[in-house]
Design a protein around this ligand. Structure first.
Ligand SMILES: [Fe+2]
Length: 240
């Protein structure tokens, strides 16, 4: 497997490719890094076949729609995604074939209702369901601490302990963790009864992401971000 982890401002995107067929998938791309993804794919001689969002992001602008148009490939998301531009809606237990690689889909609602994890070979892309030393928050639209409890304790955390965890966010520069390590050390997973976990999640009192309204508007509708609108207007109207 060809594998690239692209970190930018705490957000993680992943390019995974089949070494035999050169087919690839790009997971959780951001709008500001489109050229970087395309450069990496070209350097590794990969042809991106799918652009995938693990969930509706509230904290950054997704590049799936723009890349899908550019590359003529489908946008892939869970079937619960509200975005009208999703081309392939997938569900729990389904498999995305990327050359000879098989991405196994786990529906893991909780952080959002459309959250999913993707397992391939020795690793799992956990989106914001499971982070290194934390979990996704459940206080944003469609978040649900009870659903997250079930997705984690009855789902992801029952997978092989040595499975490598690659999350959608990591702010301390760590590349990955494992299921076993998270079970042993993740502070949010130490109170394992349902009520305690839900209580912990309900009392996190986190601040809202900086661009939440604009991020949700663009990621859910496929509309343009304000910076794009301004630069397009400035290109047409020289005095701006
Ligand atoms: Fe998220």
């Amino acid at each position: 497997m060809i594998f690239e982890q692209i970190a930018a401002g705490g957000c993680q995107s992943y390019l995974i490719g089949c070494a035999e067929t050169c087919a690839a998938a790009l997971i959780d791309p951001q709008i500001d890094h489109v050229d970087r993804y395309l450069g990496l794919a070209a350097r590794d001689s990969l042809r991106i076949r799918y652009v995938i969002d693990t969930h509706t992001h509230a904290d950054h602008f997704s590049a799936t729609r723009e890349l899908a148009r550019k590359l003529c490939v489908p946008v892939v998301m869970h079937r619960a995604s509200p975005a009208p531009f999703v081309d392939m809606r997938i569900d729990d237990g389904e498999i995305i074939a990327v050359g000879r690689l098989r991405l196994n889909v786990l529906h893991t609602p909780g952080h959002t209702s459309d959250s999913m994890c993707l397992a391939v070979e020795d690793r799992i892309f956990t989106g914001d369901t499971l982070l290194i030393g934390a979990t996704g928050r459940t206080d944003l639209p469609t978040g649900d601490p009870e659903a997250l409890y079930e997705s984690l304790f009855l789902g992801v955390l029952r997978l092989e302990p040595q499975l490598k965890v690659f999350p959608a966010h990591e702010y301390k520069g760590r590349s990955y963790s494992t299921i076993g390590q998270e079970l042993a050390e993740n502070p949010r997973l130490q109170r394992r009864d349902r009520e305690s976990f839900i209580e912990t999640m309900r009392n996190l009192n986190l601040t809202m992401p900086t661009h939440i309204t604009e991020a949700l508007r663009t990621n859910m509708s496929g509309g343009k971000i304000i910076a794009q609108l301004l630069s397009e207007a400035a290109a047409r109207v020289p005095f701006m």
